[in-house]
Design a protein. Structure first.
Length: 252
């Protein structure tokens, strides 16, 4: 695995290199940069790495500026001494967000997740046509960081009952029945969630398997889904998705 490290502190850089080498001797450090400008230039001049670690605060600004100036062609794991940037990291589809000093166990978990993402990506590249150039890359979601007012809440995928749209807004409903706002569209979320656990019933709802309370026959071979916690509208599987929904229920 080729890794780019974006870090302006020598001690932090050396520690990261040491930990990576201990976790996987096959890892190769493809490069190191310590500024936003230097990172943009490095990405333009080199082959994309398999993974990058970005410190948040660099000599010439926050590393989020890299995303504003160029396309970052690989998964990114942020490392920082501050937890205040987690929401920004989530919005640029960060693979993970590790607080300094980085713990070896957390780094190992992040590397393992990177490998899983790469395996899924490589498999998809072989099985499907190359996406359009203007289609944004999608990274499987590990957890949701949601802001409401002055508060943040972390929600694990297994704590989600379903995700629904209402008046052009998207909400995540927890198993306790609480609605939390999401910035993403259902179309994008559908591609981020584990397809073994989540299914897009129709234009309005993505449901977690464990939130299905009862299934009722509906008109034209469609299926009505009763959910727990209850959903205010009728959750009916669209006719074009009914056959796929039945296969999903049976694990096929």
């Amino acid at each position: 695995m080729n890794i780019l490290i974006v870090e302006d502190e020598d001690a932090a850089y050396k520690r990261m290199v040491k930990l990576l080498g201990e976790l996987d001797p096959r890892i190769r450090i493809a490069g190191r940069t310590d500024t936003v400008t230097g990172t943009v230039d490095w990405l333009a001049a080199n082959e994309p790495p398999d993974l990058a670690f970005f410190d948040v605060r660099l000599a010439d600004g926050d590393s989020f500026g890299v995303f504003e100036r160029t396309e970052v062609p690989c998964p990114v794991i942020f490392t920082t001494a501050y937890d205040a940037h987690a929401l920004q990291a989530f919005r640029v589809q960060a693979l993970d967000y590790l607080l300094k000093p980085v713990k070896k166990a957390e780094l190992a978990e992040a590397l393992a997740r990177s490998e899983r993402v790469r395996a899924v990506r490589d498999h998809a590249a072989l099985a499907k046509p190359v996406p359009a150039a203007d289609e944004a890359p999608v990274v499987p979601v590990k957890r949701f960081l949601i802001r409401y007012g002055d508060h943040f809440k972390v929600v694990e995928p297994n704590d989600i009952a379903y995700i629904h749209s209402q008046e052009k807004n998207t909400f995540l409903r927890t198993r306790e029945g609480r609605d939390l706002p999401l910035d993403e569209s259902l179309d994008r979320l559908e591609r981020q969630l584990d397809p073994a656990k989540f299914f897009r019933l129709n234009r309005q709802v993505i449901i977690h398997f464990q939130s299905i309370k009862e299934l009722l026959a509906y008109s034209k071979s469609r299926v009505k889904v009763l959910m727990d916690p209850p959903f205010s509208d009728d959750a009916v599987v669209s006719s074009e998705r009914s056959a796929e929904f039945k296969r999903w229920l049976s694990g096929g």
